[in-house]
Design a protein around this ligand. Structure first.
Ligand SMILES: Nc1ncnc2c1ncn2[C@@H]1O[C@H](COP(=O)(O)OP(=O)(O)OP(=O)(O)O)[C@@H](O)[C@H]1O
Ligand SMILES: [Mg+2]
Length: 342
């Protein structure tokens, strides 16, 4: 008998917390904390894309930065390819920096305006001692530009000479230059026109297939992650409130927050919530300095079964289907919802 075991995940995150201290006044000690990430757990397998979605300020970028040790987590465990990221010393961190890269929303801000694209890529290759001597690096730079769909002549040009989409391609080339396994794509297309968004997303998908990359793909819009993700995790106030394979999440969303987000996404096929129209969330996201008690979503929850218990009980992320989990104490009662207008 052959026993098949699941391969170990490339990235494993458990109970990740990042609390930013707020200092001020005459007291040097922190008076309060921004609970930016408040107990996030997930696994990411090789070659897979996890879409991380949620409104502005819910902790998506902080999660990505903590995983890459661009900021230090307050609590929790992060394992990359079996190694404890939080315990890494300088040489292990250097190896991590090669294997795990990031692409930001605004590549222009992270590109040196005084360096040509060729000089910038050459520097990265030199620092990481890749592609051999000068001519080897030159060859590799041309290969990288070609890989991301830029003309070879681009190497002699400066960042300001490129359009937004082209700059994002430069950002992708830089990330690829160190031959990573894993890339945090932090809203890589949010600043681009819709037509250009599709091109960059297609490029990222092609690269994933060709190079076997693993992505954590951050976006505030559920429509963007649908086409790139294998699984999606929805965040609200520093926590994951629902996670599922992409199809289940879009066809059978469970959490009232996910359902509200999805009802705002135009879709061709009929969906259960379409019958009920758009769910309009009232009020703003509460402050992560003093998040609501119980379920963090309860003050804005539209669910007819919402009651006192929702403000008292913090719902754990529980299984609601195959590989599908949601954090809502009302989900076990499968009731037909009354029509919503808006
Ligand atoms: N260095 C910092 N110091 C203090 N607070 C911070 C810091 N970085 C982020 N925060 C706060 O942590 C919370 C989460 O921020 P984060 O940038 O992770 O959100 P996000 O989901 O990426 O939002 P966006 O969609 O706007 O990029 C926010 O309230 C933010 O103001
Ligand atoms: Mg962000």
């Amino acid at each position: 008998m052959v026993i098949q075991t699941e391969p170990a995940p490339l990235l494993s995150v458990r109970n990740l917390r990042k609390y930013f201290p707020i200092t001020g006044g005459i007291l040097p000690r922190a008076r309060a904390f921004v609970k930016a990430v408040d107990g996030v757990s997930f696994d990411l397998h090789r070659g897979e894309t996890l879409g991380l979605v949620g409104e502005s300020g819910c902790g998506k970028s902080t999660t990505g930065k903590a995983i890459l040790r661009l900021i230090e987590a307050t609590e929790g465990e992060i394992y990359f390819d079996g190694t404890d990221v939080r315990a890494m010393g300088s040489s292990a961190l250097r190896r991590l920096r090669r294997r795990a890269q990031v692409i930001f929303q605004d590549p222009f801000a992270s590109l040196n305006p005084r360096m040509t694209v060729g000089q910038m890529l050459d520097e990265v290759l030199k620092v990481h001692k890749l592609a051999g001597d000068r001519s080897g690096r030159r060859q590799r730079i041309r290969e990288l530009l070609d890989t991301v769909g830029l003309l070879v002549e681009s190497e002699d040009r400066y960042p300001h000479e490129f359009s937004g989409g082209q700059r994002q391609r430069i950002g992708i080339a830089r990330a690829l230059s160190v031959e990573p396994d894993f890339i945090v794509c932090d809203e890589p297309v949010s600043a681009l026109d819709v037509s250009v968004q599709a091109q960059v997303i297609n490029l990222l998908s092609d690269l994933q297939e060709r190079l076997g990359l693993t992505y954590l793909f951050i976006a505030h819009d559920l429509a963007v992650v649908e086409h790139v993700s294998d699984r999606v995790a929805v965040m609200y106030l520093g926590r994951i409130v629902e996670t599922a394979p992409v199809r289940s999440l879009y066809t059978e969303p469970k959490h009232p927050y996910t359902r509200a987000l999805l009802s705002a996404v135009p879709r061709p096929e009929p969906r259960r919530d379409h019958r009920h129209g758009r769910i309009v969330l009232e009020g703003d996201v509460p402050s992560p300095v003093s998040p609501p008690s119980g379920c963090p979503f309860h003050p804005r929850c539209w669910h007819p079964l919402k009651d006192d218990a929702c403000s008292r009980v913090t719902p754990p992320l529980e299984s609601v289907g195959e590989n599908h989990a949601a954090a809502c104490i009302k989900l076990s009662r499968d009731v037909e919802l009354p029509p919503k207008t808006g």
